[in-house]
Ligand binder design. Structure first.
Ligand SMILES: [Cu+2]
Length: 619
C-alpha cells in the first residue's frame, strides 16, 4: 500500500511497504546529499568553498537562508540496480532505481538546479530522461539514448545536471532506451517558488498517482522477439497505480493503492501516465475532479468525472472530499482508451479512496465497507477523447500568459502511423502478408544511429550518422484517413529537420489509416508547444487554420494525434540542441515512429549550447 502526501509548506511522506520515502518535515531539510544556495558555476574550487560556507550558513541559520526564495541545487543519487518484485503471484527481477518501484520521486522548486548522479549496476545500457523538463541549453542532460547521449554502460556513471526554469507542476522521469521505462520511472514534483501560490485554492495534501503497466514476462525479451519476427509484442498483464495493480487482478488483494482522505479537505492528485503502450481513462467513483494543470502548465480549471491521460502526459486534478464520512469506499480506476488495430490489455487497475473517521469514531468496531465502482467510458470512446482534450486551455493570464507564436516561419505537415518493412530473406515474418510491422513519420522509419545525434551535431560529425533532409511534407500524397495506398512500405533512415535558432514552427501531425487508424501521443523533447487545432479526417490547409486557437491553447509536451484525425501545434525553436520527437506508445517508437529536430545555436552568448560535460558516456 502506498500513500504519499505533499503539502506546499510541509513535505510529509507516509511510507508504506512498497514505496519508501524519507520523512521530511519541510523543505529546509535536504532531500538526498547536499543542498546549497548557489548561483556559482559548478565544480570550481571556489564553488566548493562556497558550498561549505553555504552549508555552514544553512546549519546555523536555516530560517535566514530561506527568508526569500533562492534557487538551490538539489543532489540525488540514482543507483540503477536489479530488484525482485512480486506482482500477480509472480516474482520478477526488474530494473529499478535504488531498489524502489516505482522509483524515487524528485522534488524541486521552480528555478532550482537538479544534479542527479546515475550509476549503472545492471547488465543493460541505460539512460534517463527528465520528461517535460525544458532543458534550456542543457540538452546533454535530456537523456534519450543515441539522441542526446550514448547510454550509460554497465559499471559507468553520468551526472545529469540541469535547471528547472519557468515550469511548475508535475512531470516525471523515466528510462529512455528500449523498453526499460516499464519499471524505471518516478514522479518529478516542481513546486512553485517559495512564497508563490497556486492559481487555485491551496490543497490540504498533494498525492502523486503514477500509472504503470506490468508484464509477467521479461519485457526486454518481448520487444526484442517482436522486432525479430515483425509481429506485435505481447500485451501487458496489468496496469498499476503507484506500482500496485489492485483488487481486480489475481493475487493482488494486498497490492492496492489506498488513499485516505479527511472529510471536507481538498487534495491535489498529480496524475502521471507512465504506462508503456496505453492511454488511460481515470475516474473516482462518485467524485468530481477539477483539472488545474497539464504537463506542468496551469490550465483553466474545469470539472470532470473522468480524466484521459496519455503516456507521457501529466495532469493535476483537485479532489474535494465529501463533507461527511460516507459509509462506503470508492474505487479509483483506470483502464485504456484504445483505438488501434492491435490487441490491447483491456484490464482495469483500481485503487481505493477511503475516508478517515474522526478521532471520536475511531474506537468503534472497524467493519469492511462496500466499494463503489467507478464508471469509465468504452475503450474506443474517441468522442470523449476529443471533447476532453478541447477543454484543456491555458490560463492565458497576465501572470501565466500563453505565448503562442503568432507568426510562423516554417510550416510542416507530418503523417504519423503504421506501415511495413520487407521480411528478410529466409525468414518468416508475422506482420501483414509476411512483412515486418513498422511505423513512421512522413514514411521515414527512424533508425537509431550508433553515436548520439547531439554529439555528431555538436562536433560537426554528422556525415554517416544522420542527414538533414527529413521531408517537411509527405513525399507521396494520398487520402490519409481513407483507403490506404497499395504500397505501405516505409523507408528506414536517420533524418532530421534543421532549424535556425528562434524559428517559429507550425506542425500539423496527421494520423493515417494504414493498417489501422490510431491515436498517437506525440512527445516533443526540449520544448512545450501549443495545441492550436485538432480535427477528424484529413487536415484541410485552406479551411482549418482559420479555426486555430491562438488565444488560450493548451501548452504541453505530449499531445494525442486523434485516431483518424490531425492535430496542429506551434512552438518557438529557442533552445539549441537536438530534440527528439516520438510517439509515447513505446511499441510505435520501437517500430520507428520518431524523428529529431536540430536547433542551431543563435548569435547571442545565451543562445548557444555549451560543450558536453566531461563524463558524457561514450558509445
Ligand atoms: Cu503511436
Amino acid at each position: 500500500m502506498t500513500i504519499s502526501c505533499i503539502s506546499n509548506q510541509n513535505i510529509v511522506y507516509y511510507p508504506f511497504s512498497q514505496y519508501h520515502f524519507r520523512i521530511l518535515n519541510s523543505f529546509k531539510g535536504n532531500l538526498k546529499g547536499t543542498m546549497m544556495v548557489s548561483s556559482l558555476p559548478p565544480y570550481s574550487s571556489a564553488f566548493f568553498r562556497a558550498v561549505l560556507l553555504a552549508l555552514s550558513v544553512l546549519w546555523l541559520l536555516p530560517e535566514m537562508a530561506f527568508a526569500k526564495h533562492a534557487a538551490i541545487t538539489r543532489h540525488y543519487k540514482f543507483d540503477i540496480k536489479m530488484q525482485n518484485v512480486t506482482r500477480l503471484c509472480q516474482t520478477k527481477n526488474i530494473v529499478t532505481i535504488n531498489g524502489q518501484f516505482p522509483g524515487p520521486r524528485i522534488i524541486a522548486r521552480e528555478g532550482d538546479r537538479l544534479v542527479v548522479k546515475v550509476v549503472n549496476h545492471v547488465q543493460y545500457n541505460v539512460s534517463l530522461h527528465w520528461h517535460g523538463v525544458r532543458q534550456l541549453r542543457s540538452g546533454w542532460a535530456d537523456g534519450p539514448a543515441y539522441v542526446t547521449q550514448c547510454p550509460i554502460q554497465t559499471g559507468q556513471s553520468y551526472v545529469y545536471n540541469f535547471t528547472v526554469t519557468g515550469q511548475r507542476g508535475t512531470l516525471f522521469w523515466h528510462a529512455h532506451i528500449s523498453w526499460l521505462r516499464v519499471t524505471v520511472y518516478g514522479p518529478i514534483v516542481i513546486l512553485p517558488k517559495r512564497h508563490a501560490s497556486y492559481p487555485f485554492p491551496q490543497p490540504f495534501r498533494e498525492v502523486p498517482i503514477i500509472f504503470g503497466e506490468w508484464w509477467k514476462a521479461d519485457t526486454e525479451t518481448i520487444i526484442s522477439q517482436a522486432l525479430q519476427t515483425g509481429g506485435a509484442p505481447n500485451i501487458s498483464d496489468a496496469y498499476t497505480i503507484n506500482g500496485l495493480p489492485g483488487p481486480s487482478y489475481n493475487c493482488s488483494a494486498k497490492d492496492i493503492f489506498k488513499l485516505k482522505v479527511k472529510p471536507g479537505k481538498t487534495y491535489l492528485l498529480r496524475l502521471i501516465n507512465a504506462a508503456l503502450n496505453d492511454e488511460l481513462f481515470f475516474s473516482i467513483a462518485n467524485h468530481t475532479l477539477t483539472v488545474v494543470e497539464a504537463d506542468a502548465i496551469y490550465v483553466k480549471p474545469f470539472k470532470t468525472q473522468i480524466a484521459l491521460i496519455s503516456p507521457g502526459q501529466t495532469t493535476n486534478v483537485l479532489l474535494r472530499a465529501k463533507s461527511k464520512v460516507p459509509s462506503t469506499t470508492f474505487a479509483m480506476s483506470a483502464r485504456p482508451y484504445a483505438t488501434g488495430p492491435a490487441a490491447f490489455d483491456n484490464t482495469t487497475t483500481t485503487g481505493i479512496l477511503e475516508y478517515e473517521k474522526s478521532s471520536s469514531a475511531s474506537n468503534s468496531t472497524i467493519k469492511k465497507l462496500p466499494l463503489l465502482k467507478a464508471a469509465l467510458p468504452k475503450f474506443n470512446d474517441s468522442t470523449f477523447a476529443m471533447k476532453f482534450n478541447k477543454k484543456i486551455r491555458s490560463l492565458a493570464s497576465a501572470k501565466f500568459p500563453a505565448n503562442v507564436p503568432k507568426k510562423v516561419d516554417r510550416r510542416f505537415f507530418f503523417t504519423v502511423g503504421l506501415g511495413t518493412l520487407p521480411c528478410p530473406q529466409n525468414q518468416a515474418c508475422q506482420g501483414p502478408n509476411n512483412t515486418k510491422l513498422a511505423a513512421s513519420v512522413n514514411n521515414v522509419s527512424f533508425v537509431q544511429p550508433n553515436i548520439a545525434l547531439l554529439q555528431a551535431h555538436f562536433f560537426n560529425k554528422a556525415k554517416g550518422v544522420f542527414t538533414s533532409d527529413f521531408p517537411a511534407n509527405p513525399l507521396i500524397k494520398f487520402n490519409y484517413t481513407g483507403t490506404p495506398p497499395r504500397n505501405i512500405m516505409v523507408k528506414n533512415d536517420t533524418k532530421v529537420v534543421v532549424l535556425p535558432f528562434n524559428t517559429s514552427v507550425e506542425l500539423v501531425m496527421q494520423d493515417t489509416s494504414i493498417i489501422g487508424a490510431e491515436s498517437h501521443p506525440l512527445h516533443l523533447h526540449g520544448f512545450n508547444f501549443f495545441m492550436v487545432g485538432q480535427g477528424i479526417g484529413n487536415f484541410n490547409p485552406n479551411n482549418d487554420p482559420a479555426k486555430f486557437n491562438l488565444v488560450d491553447p493548451a501548452e504541453r509536451n505530449t499531445v494525442g494525434v486523434p485516431s483518424g484525425g490531425w492535430v496542429a501545434i506551434r512552438f518557438l525553436a529557442d533552445n539549441p540542441g537536438v530534440w527528439f520527437m516520438h510517439c509515447h506508445l513505446e511499441v510505435h517508437t520501437s517500430w520507428g515512429l520518431k524523428m529529431a529536430w536540430v536547433v542551431n545555436d543563435g548569435k547571442g552568448r545565451k543562445q548557444k549550447l555549451p560543450p558536453p560535460p566531461s563524463d558524457l558516456p561514450k558509445c
